[in-house]
Design a protein around this ligand. Sequence first.
Ligand code: GDP
Ligand code: IMO
Ligand code: MG
Length: 428
Amino acid sequence: MNVDVLLGLQWGDEGKGKIVDVLTRKYDIIARFQGGPNAGHTLEFDGIKHVLHTIPSGIFHNGTKNVIGNGVVIDPVIFSKEIDKLKDFNLNLQESLLISRKAHLILPTHRILDAASEAAKGKDKIGSTLKGIGPTYMDKTGRNGLRVGDVELADFRERYNTLKAKHEQLLSHYDYDYAQDLLQMEEDWFNAIDQLKTMNLIDSEHYLNSALRAGKKILAEGAQGSLLDIDFGSYPFVTSSTTTCAGSCTGLGIAPNRINKVFGIFKAYCTRVGSGPFPTELFDSIGEELRANGHEYGATTGRPRRCGWLDIPALKYAVEINGVTNLIMMKSDVLSGFDIIKICTHYNYQGEIIDHLPYSSEDGLIEPVYTEMPGWKEDLTSLESYEQMPETFKSYIKFVEDQIGVPISILSVGPNRTQTIILEEVVN
Ligand code: GDP
Ligand code: IMO
Ligand code: MG
């Protein structure tokens, strides 16, 4: 059997958690392939709203296995809190949640380094989630990191102390006061490590490949979005992992020729949290209306999200890099009520009209060129089929499909599991 991949095409928070939850019943295994607790994936069903950070979004379905892959970075403390929050749901996590021994651990000093680095950057800060993501991936590629499998080794404490000492040396270069916090952070961390040790730790690449041989279906769940990718995002305002489709191969140990469908998920407009270029960002009352209607506040940090119109050149770029086979459009309901809806189809880049993302996209260099479309007044949140949709909304869908050249297979018209319209059966 093959692996399908679901990933974000914008700057994250597209609604990945909701759709993975909706699609889970079609799969045997849901596997997160990168990122860490910088992610916040929201699921809503049966009057419950739940935010997951490290745990894959298939966790609420009995019988589905959820794998945290080797490409993920885990903060044991946040992970332990996530587990606690699941206690009321009567899930057998020992059975359904499997953790790669090769996933890297976020240490307390990684979080401190993240904060110190951001503070030192001042107005040029990345706007990181301060979860220690950058420093942890730096230690991974720098070959210094601690991995989940290390917790089973007799000299784990020594390894921890060696890495902590390296971090303290680095921290001495910053004017950053952390000593007071560190003791408590370490105590919490080691308590959480004890809990992690009791969980189902596996060699996930073997597990996943055996599952494929046995005919199991796997959905790889991405975190963040393609425009935050370490290589293809708006560097340096990116995260530190490969958020694009290739990341599912390295983050799970799955060969590229195993990948079948690639579901690219995007909002019917754009949002971004943190710093960095955002060509279609709105600074006016329309931007505020999008934020208010879409409840655009970060699921992990609570920060207000920057909002703007849909950006087709950026979307096309993400579709190309990922080989997207099916599009999933989210939050269409948030656009109800606008007289005019704008879509950016090109950029004016220093006087030249282009339809691709240029190397430099800093503020001021790119001016979006918009097509205007009539909006719709109807509330979309109780729509159940394509036939019920307002004609103006159908035109919006068609326009986007024509521009991108890939079909929209699923539409989301509200946060709930049930507010999902399958236009085309995507999984057999
Ligand atoms: P993720 O990180 O990609 O999983 O997305 P987030 O959970 O961070 O952000 C998406 C937000 O939009 C969450 O609050 C969801 O509950 C909500 N949401 C998802 N789909 C829809 C939709 O179609 N309409 C509306 N109004 N909200 C949605
Ligand atoms: P999900 O999976 C939106 C952003 C941060 C910051 C940049 C780097 O919920 O879509 P980091 O902490 O990774 O070093 O921050 O990336 N960012 C996200 N934005 N959704 C996310 O995850 C994000 N994860 C990181 O705001 O701009
Ligand atoms: Mg999110």
